[in-house]
Design a protein around this ligand. Structure first.
Ligand code: 5GP
Length: 189
């Protein structure tokens, strides 16, 4: 049986990374698709090949031309792309794979692969999102402002996703994600 593709989107600072890490601890046969990006690594937070593959813009453009990406998009002024080889290998070997990508990329993949399960992670409120982004402190203030500006447009797309998870309580939201995966595995049987 082939693996299933999951697409997670949500604004920066909503806690997608933490939610997914926690959910993965309790699930087997599921992996995270590491994307390519032209953004600079965040010291201490990013690890080559684990959070992203960090590439130059020339390298990224070459990969586009070679058809290496299942989708790619410009997000917050940088290029991000999903590696087709990683996704295909996982699905063919029966492993579920999770893309954590923006709303533009999600739309492209869902069009190509309508069987993909899409999940949007929402903050409890915009105020809480601002607070979390400031607290995270991983971007300079102007980059934070850009992410907050983009968040409203992203949240407006939530209704087109198969599931919406509100990250108000971490444990509850993790359980909801685990249940989504289990539910889809049951259906697949
Ligand atoms: P960050 O730089 O904060 O890790 O991610 C910024 C945004 O880029 C997030 O919304 C994230 O979901 C999105 N993103 C990460 N990888 C990809 C990708 O491969 N494709 C697309 N379209 N978006 C991505």
């Amino acid at each position: 049986m082939k693996g299933r593709l999951y697409i997670f989107s949500g604004p920066a600072g909503v806690g997608k990374g933490t939610l997914l890490r926690r959910a993965f601890e309790k699930l087997s046969n599921i992996k995270y698709s590491v994307s390519c990006t032209t953004r600079a690594p965040r010291p201490e937070l990013d690890k080559e090949g684990e959070t992203y593959y960090f590439v130059t813009e020339d390298e990224f453009r070459r990969r586009i031309a070679d058809g290496d990406f299942l989708e790619y998009a410009e997000v917050h002024g940088h290029l991000y792309g999903t590696r087709r080889d990683i996704v295909e290998k996982a699905l063919d070997s029966g492993t579920d794979i999770v893309l954590e990508i923006d709303v533009q990329g999600a739309r492209i993949v869902k069009e190509k692969m309508p069987e993909a399960v899409t999940v949007f992670v929402k903050p409890p409120s915009m105020e809480e999102l601002r607070r979390r982004l400031r607290g995270r402190g991983s971007e300079p203030p102007e980059e934070q402002a850009l992410r907050i500006k983009n968040a409203e447009a992203e949240i407006a797309c939530a209704d087109s996703y198969d599931y919406v998870v509100v990250n108000d309580d971490l444990d509850r939201a993790v359980d909801e994600i685990i249940n989504i995966v289990k539910e889809n595995r049951e259906e697949q049987r």
